[in-house]
Design a protein around this ligand. Structure first.
Ligand code: CP
Length: 302
C-alpha cells in the first residue's frame, strides 16, 4: 500500500471516529450491500468490528464460521469462498489459518476480498487501526523519528508484519523485541521487498529492558501457543511489560496490544488498563478503520 493511500484511509477513518462513538450519524454507503464474513479461525475483535462497521454504513452481514462451515466435511478454502461469492455477496471478509489464503481467494472470485488475518502472514486492517491509534495519539501521520517497539512472538505474528509495514510506510523505525526463538535475525529483511516507499528501518533486540527508554510506543504481542510457540519459565520476567518496566518508557510513550491479551504474561493489568494504554482506543479505531476500508471499495468516489 502506498503512503498516500494509507494516509487517505487514515484520514477517512479519523473522520468516522465520531460515528463509532455515537456522536455523529452514520453514512449509508453500504445500503443494499451484503458483506460475507468468512471467519474460519476464531475472532472477537475483528469479526464484531467488521460487522459493526458494515451495519453503521447501512449494509448487512452474513457470517460463516469455521466450526459450522462445510470445511469440516473437507471443502477447500477456495471452494468455500467461490460458493459464497456465487450467492451474489458484495464483498468477502476472510480470516483463515492458511498464510496467503485471502490472496488466493481474491484470485478466484470477482468481488472485493478483505484480509481479516491469514495464518502467520498479514492482518492488514489491524496494521491500519494500529496506525490510526498511534497517529491520533501523536497528532500526526508523519511518524519519522519515532521508534515503535513490537515485542513478543514476532516470528508467528501476522499483526507484527502488518504493523511493521504500516509504521515503516509512515516513516517510523520498527524495533522487534523478544527472545531469539521469536525474533530471528531473518526478520531484518522483512521490508526488503516492499518498495521504496517504506522509509523506516527494522531493528531487532533481545533485551526489552535496554530497549524500553528508546520507544515511543511499546506494542506487546500475544504468545501464540496455538501456532506452536513455546516459552521458558522466565518469559514474563524477561519480556513482559510490567508497570515497573513501563515506568522507564519516555513520558509521552504509549502502550499497545492488539488483543487478545494473556494478562500477566506479555502485559500486566496495570499497564494494559493504565493511562498510557491505547488498548481500548485500538478497538474503537478498528471499527472506524474497517468502515474506511469498506467505503474505499463502495464509496461514491469508486
Ligand atoms: N486483534 C485481533 O485480531 O483480535 P481477534 O482475533 O479477536 O479478532
Amino acid at each position: 500500500m502506498s503512503r498516500d493511500r494509507m494516509i487517505g484511509l487514515l484520514e477517512s477513518a479519523a473522520t468516522l471516529l465520531p460515528v463509532v462513538r455515537g456522536e455523529m450519524s452514520p453514512r449509508g454507503t453500504l445500503e443494499g450491500r451484503i458483506v460475507a464474513n468468512l471467519f474460519l479461525e476464531n475472532s472477537t475483535r475483528t469479526r464484531v468490528s467488521f460487522t459493526v462497521a458494515t451495519k453503521r454504513l447501512g449494509g448487512q452481514c452474513v457470517d460463516l464460521l469455521g466450526s459450522t462451515s462445510s470445511g469440516s466435511k473437507g471443502e477447500s478454502l477456495v471452494d468455500t469462498a467461490r460458493n459464497v461469492a456465487a450467492m451474489g455477496v458484495d464483498a468477502i471478509v476472510v480470516r483463515c489459518s492458511a498464510s496467503g489464503g485471502a490472496h488466493l481467494i481474491a484470485e478466484h472470485v470477482d468481488c472485493p476480498v478483505i484480509n481479516a488475518g491469514d495464518g502467520m502472514c498479514e492482518h492488514p486492517t489491524q496494521g491500519l487501526l494500529d496506525m490510526l491509534s498511534l497517529t491520533q495519539a501523536f497528532g500526526t501521520t508523519d511518524l519519522s523519528d519515532r521508534v515503535i517497539g513490537i515485542a513478543g512472538d514476532i516470528a508467528r505474528s501476522r499483526v507484527a508484519r502488518s504493523a511493521a509495514y504500516a509504521a515503516s510506510t509512515l516513516g517510523a523505525d520498527v524495533l522487534f523485541i523478544g527472545p531469539p526463538s521469536m525474533v530471528p535475525t531473518s526478520l531484518l529483511g522483512l521490508l526488503d521487498d516492499c518498495g521504496s516507499e517504506k522509509c523506516g528501518t527494522i531493528g531487532i533486540s533481545h533485551d526489552l529492558d535496554a530497549a524500553i527508554p528508546m520507544l515511543d510506543a511499546a506494542m506487546m504481542l500475544r504468545v501464540q501457543f496455538e501456532r506452536g510457540a513455546a516459552i521458558t519459565s522466565d518469559y514474563a520476567s524477561q519480556y513482559g511489560l510490567t508497570v515497573s518496566r513501563a515506568s522507564r518508557l519516555p513520558d509521552h510513550a504509549v502502550i499497545m496490544h492488539p488483543g487478545p491479551i494473556n494478562r500477566g504474561l506479555e502485559l500486566d493489568a496495570e499497564s494494559a488498563d493504565g493511562p498510557r494504554s491505547l488498548v481500548m482506543d485500538q478497538v474503537t479505531c478498528g471499527v472506524a478503520t474497517r468502515m474506511a476500508v469498506l467505503m474505499e471499495q463502495f464509496g461514491p468516489h469508486v
